[in-house]
Unconditional design. Structure first.
Length: 267
């Protein structure tokens, strides 16, 4: 199921032995459009320190109570590497974070989560994997991690091929893969319109300095696209209607094809 990013912002994070804090922002990778970290304000428990929680740690969510249980203890969170969430998170910080929790590097493969994985699964690490990570750490020290704040993207103007169409109101996140499946675009300021969905794969350019997003669609096509009401009412048939309107393959078809190719290659 898809979840609205704005709703996730206030969710509580529960460790195995107590509460950690509340989600105040979400960092995503602007190359693969996948959520990489939840930014959590720990409140008075850790003197309002902000910490990063990876989707690797998230267990089965309690959507009714707006709570995300994680497979971490309060002590683990308390001793996690200090990262200034108000500044760009460097690849070195990400490596320190992954090494501390013994998570695999998500940037090391074709899947959303590295090594061909499409789901955030924690893998057992062999000595060979440790050596590989050491080499990867040395090679990737100066990499740009391409992390962006979901909340900072809200309000970005959306440009079609032939003119403006609206602004980003929110994003819809897949609760299994943590992939961002759609930008929720509010078109009301342009033609007294409605909200529509645009998959990030149809973005042709993002100008972060100008707070603008250009999509490979025409204004008329977007204007005639199926309306979006809420993530709770978004069914697979509605998604099929959306992709059929644009005449493009669905994300689940693309990912199934990739997984099939990867499985054949491993065999």
């Amino acid at each position: 199921m898809l979840r609205n990013m704005q709703e996730l912002k206030s969710y509580a994070i529960g460790a195995t032995d107590g509460e950690v804090g509340k989600v105040v922002d979400i960092f995503f990778d602007d190359q693969s459009w996948v959520v990489r970290y939840l930014v959590v304000d720990t409140g008075s428990w850790l003197t309002s320190r902000k910490v990063l929680i990876s989707p690797y740690a998230v267990q089965r969510a309690d959507w009714d109570d707006k709570r995300l249980p994680v497979s971490l203890t309060q002590e683990q969170v308390k001793n996690s590497p200090d990262i200034d969430t108000d500044m760009p998170v460097s690849r070195q910080h990400e490596m320190a974070y992954a090494d501390y929790y013994r998570y695999p590097y998500y940037w090391g493969g074709d899947g959303f989560w590295g090594d061909g994985l499409y789901y955030p699964i924690e893998l057992a690490r062999s000595d060979a994997a440790e050596l590989h990570d050491q080499a990867e750490r040395a090679r990737r020290q100066s990499d740009d991690p391409h992390l962006r704040s979901c909340l900072s993207v809200v309000g970005h103007h959306i440009h079609a091929r032939d003119g403006d169409i609206g602004h980003v109101q929110s994003m819809l996140v897949d609760e299994e893969t943590w992939a961002i499946r759609y930008l929720v675009v509010d078109t009301s300021n342009w033609w007294m319109g409605h909200r529509v969905l645009v998959p990030p794969q149809w973005i042709s350019n993002v100008n972060w300095a100008d707070a603008s997003v250009t999509i490979d669609l025409t204004r008329q096509t977007v204007q005639n696209s199926p309306r979006y009401e809420s993530s709770e009412d978004l069914s697979r048939s509605h998604e099929l209607e959306l992709y059929s309107h644009y005449g493009r393959p669905t994300y689940w078809e693309r990912e199934h094809a990739r997984e099939t190719v990867a499985a054949e290659f491993l065999d």
